[in-house]
Design a protein around this ligand. Structure first.
Ligand code: HEC
Ligand code: HEC
Length: 271
């Protein structure tokens, strides 16, 4: 009887202790990782933006530019504008840097968390507020000009075609000067998912359009009538990818500077 009692007294608390410490470990682990998702632990550290800037220039500048404002020859976004979108948070930017953007050239980065937070601090420090850019144009005139010149290929405010990218909230992703450049010289930086392509089929048909998909056996193209078409590769005799943008060049004669300002003001309504 005595032995049996002793045994029980020793084992029960030990068993509870083990369970409790496993539980404690789990909950600390969970809550600390949940915390890491929410707040930048370096938010108030004045050295973090500077350290992040060094990492940025070594690891990110080849695509995003040394000042994070983008480079005209590479289609990566101006990162000074990302905070103007209401859904952007420190933790969403952390996740993008860590995981990359699948289907794009934005790579995942396996840096230690602290270094990623330094990058987030740096990007905060170069942020441009949405209100810094004033829009000079008249958005009513802009709507009409957009309908006449652009909506055939672009959607904005719920209407338009789809040969070119949707221009909804484009003013929160790109600066006015880079947008003007896209209109005056479309071929200087062709958007990633809108590469032009021309094929000739063995039946002698020539099709020009936007490359929408490609695998070892077939190729999908949105042709200039905005019809999605698929072709077997063994039925294609010639492919050209070095074409200029399918967007026409709008020079001063076809669209004046003030008309372009009007269009940008209209696009800014969907910021
Ligand atoms: C090889 C080129 C390349 C490199 C290197 C690169 N990026 Fe990117 N990044 C891109 C592209 C392209 C996108 C746009 C992806 C998309 O949305 O299709 C992007 C998107 C982003 C975004 C999201 C922007 C938005 O609009 O929300 C962030 C933030 C970002 N990059 C940060 C970084 C940081 C920080 C580094 C360095 C650690 C880095 N990138 C390195 C090409 C690159
Ligand atoms: C015949 C079709 C067509 C017309 C008309 C057209 N575009 Fe485009 N646009 C395109 C295509 C295709 C692209 C993607 C290829 C590229 O970036 O050049 C594009 C790209 C753009 C981009 C870059 C978008 C991004 O995501 O970076 C802007 C800005 C733009 N167009 C504005 C305009 C404006 C403003 C007008 C009217 C003045 C216009 N476009 C008229 C076809 C067109």
């Amino acid at each position: 009887m005595k032995l049996y009692n002793k045994k029980k007294k020793i084992h029960k608390p030990l068993f509870i202790k083990v369970i409790f410490s496993i539980f404690l470990l789990l909950s600390v682990g969970l809550s600390s990782s949940a915390f890491a998702q929410r707040n930048n632990p370096l938010e108030f550290d004045p050295r973090a933006p500077q350290a992040g800037g060094l990492i940025f220039r070594a690891q990110c500048a080849t695509c995003h530019g040394a000042d994070a404002r983008g480079i005209s020859t590479i289609d990566a976004p101006d990162l000074t504008l990302i905070w103007t979108r209401s859904e952007t948070t420190d933790s969403s930017v952390f996740d993008i840097i860590q995981q990359g953007v699948s289907g794009s050239i934005m790579p995942p980065h396996g840096f230690p968390d602290t270094e990623i937070w330094m990058l987030v601090s740096y990007l905060r420090s170069v942020a441009v507020g949405g209100s810094v850019e004033a829009f000079e144009g008249n958005s009513n005139r802009g709507q009409q000009l957009f309908t006449e010149n652009c909506s055939q290929c672009h959607r904005a405010q719920g209407f338009g075609g789809s040969l070119g990218p949707s221009l909804n909230s484009i003013t929160s992703r790109r600066t006015q000067s880079s947008l003007k450049n896209s209109v005056r010289a479309p071929s200087s930086a062709i958007s990633r998912r809108f590469k032009p392509i021309e094929i000739v089929t063995s039946a002698g048909e020539s099709v020009t359009g936007i490359l929408k998909g490609e695998d070892a056996f077939s190729i999908q193209i949105m042709d200039s009538y905005q019809q999605l078409r698929a072709f077997e590769k063994n039925g294609i005799t010639n492919v050209r990818r070095d074409l200029p943008s399918l967007m026409p060049v709008f020079d001063q004669a076809s669209l004046s500077d003030s008309e372009l300002d009007d269009i940008l003001s209209f696009l800014n309504l969907s910021r």
